[in-house]
Design a protein around this ligand. Structure first.
Ligand SMILES: C[S@@+](CC[C@H](N)C(=O)[O-])C[C@H]1O[C@@H](n2cnc3c(N)ncnc32)[C@H](O)[C@@H]1O
Length: 216
């Protein structure tokens, strides 16, 4: 990788170099909606699933155990996170079902990485909020869907049904880790869809999280 990717990759490595060791244990309580996405994903038998920004591999491992007939792929810009993901996947005995590669969501070419050009399911779990050009990443992902495939997102929401002080505190704290909730997620997803009804957006946990689904 070169140019801006290298800078962002270095930033992500700095964020996660030590955090990765406690990531799965500490994120359980506040990256809400991930298990809901996993249950909802339901790839077709023999289908292909790509996670963009797979981190420690936590979601891919759960998916491989739940849908052992599908094939799973993960990319992440952080070499540090991928070290943990590779170890964790081996420890859980699902190494044959999951392939990982280091890549930037914005320059993702799955033909180079995995010898595949499209996927039945592609998802971002708490990743778009860490990608500066998040609409570019979303657009790149949408272009890699098979006809009838689905792009799914879960991330921090607008906290619309929460006290304003909670939202201010949460957003201040997230910014310290280079996380910025994407309040225009629905707009961006609808802009990529063939028609508005191809996008479903749901507010979760009083707006703490948001889940979006775009069907190709
Ligand atoms: C908050 S973690 C989420 C990890 C995982 N998806 C989860 O649900 O636990 C965000 C991940 O996105 C990755 N990331 C950030 N920017 C990226 C980019 N431009 N391309 C690929 N991965 C990226 C980070 O390295 C990190 O592993």
């Amino acid at each position: 990788m070169s140019g801006p990717s290298t800078l962002h990759g270095a930033l992500m490595d700095n964020v996660y170099r030590y955090q990765r060791h406690i990531y799965d244990a500490t994120r359980h309580n506040y990256l809400l909606g991930r298990d809901r996405l996993i249950a909802d994903l339901a790839p077709p038998p023999g289908g292909t699933v790509l996670e963009i920004g797979c981190g420690t591999g936590r979601n891919l491992i759960a998916l491989a155990k739940r849908y052992p007939n599908a094939q799973f792929f993960g990319i992440d810009i952080s070499a540090e996170m991928l070290k943990t993901a590779n170890m964790s996947i081996a420890r859980h005995g699902v190494y044959d079902l999951i392939k990982l590669a280091q890549a930037d969501a914005l320059r993702l070419d799955p033909r180079d990485l995995f010898s595949r050009s499209d996927f039945d399911r592609i998802f971002f779990s708490y990743t778009l909020s860490m990608i500066p050009d998040w609409t570019g990443a979303l657009s790149r992902a949408a272009s890699l869907l098979k006809p009838g495939g689905r792009l799914q997102v879960v991330d921090f929401g607008a906290c619309e049904d929460m006290p304003i002080y909670f939202r201010r505190l949460l957003y201040w704290w997230l910014a310290r880790f280079h996380v910025e909730p994407r309040l225009d997620l629905g707009l961006a997803m609808r802009g990529l869809a063939a028609s508005p009804e191809k996008v479903r957006l749901e507010t979760l946990y009083r707006g703490y999280a948001v889940a979006g689904v775009l069907t190709a």
